[in-house]
Design a protein around this ligand. Structure first.
Ligand SMILES: O=P(O)(O)OC[C@H]1O[C@H](O[C@H]2O[C@H](CO)[C@@H](O)[C@H](O)[C@H]2O)[C@H](O)[C@@H](O)[C@@H]1O
Length: 393
C-alpha cells in the first residue's frame, strides 16, 4: 500500500519498549512490593492504600448498567413482578428480524454494496475481537481461524486493509500474523503499516522501523499532535500496576496491558462481584484525570482522554493512503463493539462508505448493515474478493 498524505500529525518512535511477556498479564501473575522507588530507577512504585469509595458511585454514574448490558446473552429475560422467564427463541427471532429491517444483512445486501463500489477504490477496516475471532473467556486465546486468516490475506491482495483494535499493536499483529496489513493498536493510537514504496519512508508522519520478524515497517503514533504519547504510556503503565494490585483478590479479574491503554476484564468474575470491581477501578481513576473509561464486551477499557478513537484512526489512515475526500473511494468498516461505533459514526457523518455491525442480538448502532458473527464476516470478505477477481478478469 502506498502512503501519500500530508497530514499534519507528526510521528513518534516507539516511546517505551514493550516487553511482550507483560502483555495479557493475569492479576495474580504480577507481583508487587508494597513500597519502593520509581519505575525509572528500576524499583517498584508505591501503591497507595486508598480508602475505598462507596458502591453508590458506580450505580449513580451508570457504570454498572453499562457492565450489565455489555455482551448480552442471546436469550432475553422477560421480567414480571413475580417471575423472570427466558424469552422463547421464536420471540427472540422475531425481535432480531425486525431489528434487521434497520440493519440489513450485509450478505443479503451484497449486490447493493457492489453497485456503489463499482469503479471505486475499496478500503477495508476490520476490528479484531468478536469480528475476526469469536469472543472467548481467555483474551490470550482469542485466536483467529486459518480460514479467516487466508480470507484476510486475499482481501489485502486487492484492497488496502487495516485491523483497528483496542489491543496493543504488537498483540493484534501477533494474533493476525499478516505482514501486508496496517495495524492500528490501542484504539488507533499506535499504527503500523507495510513498507511497499520507497516514498513511504519520506512521509512526514512516518518513521521506518522493523517488525518482530525483522521486516521493515512504517510506524505512526498520530495522537502525538495532542500530547506526547510517551507521557500517556507512562501514565497507563502506572495505572495498570495499581489496577493489577487492587483487583488481584477478585476471582476471575484480568488486567491486560495495551501500552497506550489498559483493559480490566470481568467476563470471568461472578456477577455479584461486578460492583466491587467497578468501584475499585472507579476509585483508582479518580486520581488520574488524564485517563478515561470506556465500556467494551465485559471489559472496562482505560485510555488517555485525548480526542482520538477508532473513527479518527480510520480518517488518519484514509488520508495517509491518499484516499481521503475522494468520490471514487468506498470504505468498509466491520466491527462488533461500542468502540467501533466511533468509526461507524465517522462513516455516516462523512459518507465514507459502509459500517457493518457484527451482532447476533439487536442493538442500536451507527452501522448501515449487519452480520451475525465472525463466520459471516468471513463470507463477506470472501465475496468481496470473488467480486474483485471477476471485475478484474
Ligand atoms: O477493539 P477490539 O479488537 O475488539 O478489542 C476490544 C477488547 O477485545 C478483547 O476483549 C474481548 O475479547 C476477549 C476474547 O474473546 C473476551 O474475553 C473479552 O471479554 C472481550 O471484551 C481484549 O482482550 C480487550 O483488551 C480489548 O479491549
Amino acid at each position: 500500500m502506498e502512503l501519500k498524505s500530508n497530514h499534519s500529525s507528526p510521528v513518534l518512535t516507539d516511546p517505551i519498549p514493550v516487553n511482550n511477556s507483560r502483555l495479557g498479564i493475569h492479576s495474580n501473575l504480577l507481583s508487587y512490593q508494597q513500597s519502593g522507588g520509581s519505575l525509572s530507577s528500576g524499583k517498584y512504585m508505591t501503591i497507595p492504600r486508598k480508602k475505598p469509595g462507596k458502591l453508590e458511585d458506580v450505580w449513580s454514574n451508570g457504570w454498572l448498567e453499562a457492565m450489565r448490558s455489555s455482551s448480552p446473552p442471546r436469550k432475553r429475560l422477560i421480567k414480571d413482578k413475580d417471575f423472570t422467564i427466558e424469552a422463547a427463541a421464536d420471540d427472540f427471532d422475531i425481535a432480531y428480524c425486525s431489528w434487521m429491517i434497520k440493519y440489513p444483512s450485509a450478505l443479503k445486501s451484497f449486490d447493493q454494496i457492489l453497485k456503489n463500489a463499482k469503479n471505486k477504490k475499496v478500503a477495508v477496516f476490520l476490528d479484531y475481537d468478536g469480528t475476526l475471532s469469536p469472543i472467548v473467556d481467555d483474551p490470550d486465546r482469542a485466536f483467529m481461524s486459518d480460514s479467516m486468516r487466508s480470507a484476510i490475506r486475499d482481501v489485502a491482495k486487492y484492497f488496502p486493509t487495516a485491523i483497528i483494535s483496542g489491543r496493543s499493536r504488537d498483540k493484534v499483529y501477533e494474533l493476525v500474523g499478516l505482514t501486508e496489513l496496517y495495524y492500528a493498536g490501542s484504539h488507533g493510537m499506535d499504527i503500523m503499516g507495510p513498507v511497499s514504496h520507497a516514498e513511504s519512508g519520506d512521509h512526514p508522519n512516518c518513521i521506518r522501523s522493523t517488525d518482530q520478524q525483522g521486516k521493515e515497517v512504517n510506524l505512526f503514533q498520530p495522537a502525538r499532535e495532542f500530547i506526547p504519547m510517551i507521557d500517556e504510556a507512562w501514565l497507563v503503565l502506572q495505572v495498570l500496576k495499581t489496577l493489577v494490585e487492587n483487583t488481584k483478590d477478585i476471582k476471575g479479574a484480568n488486567v491486560e496491558n495495551h501500552k497506550f491503554c489498559t483493559s480490566v476484564h470481568y467476563r470471568n468474575v461472578e456477577e455479584k462481584n461486578w460492583p466491587t470491581i467497578a468501584q475499585r477501578v472507579h476509585d483508582i481513576l479518580k486520581d488520574y484525570p488524564r485517563l478515561r473509561l470506556t465500556h467494551g464486551r465485559k471489559v472496562l477499557e482505560i485510555r488517555p482522554v485525548i480526542d482520538w478513537n477508532k473513527g479518527k484512526a480510520v480518517e488518519f489512515l484514509l488520508e495517509s493512503l491518499g484516499l481521503s475526500d475522494r468520490d471514487d473511494v468506498l470504505a468498509i468498516y466491520i466491527g462488533d463493539d461500542k468502540t467501533d461505533e466511533d468509526a461507524f459514526k465517522v462513516f455516516r457523518e462523512r459518507n465514507l462508505g459502509y459500517g457493518i455491525l457484527v451482532s447476533s442480538v439487536p442493538k442500536e448502532s451507527n452501522a448501515f448493515f449487519s452480520v451475525r458473527d465472525p463466520s459471516e464476516v468471513k463470507k463477506f470478505l470472501k465475496a468481496l474478493v470473488t467480486w474483485k477477481k471477476f471485475e478484474k478478469a
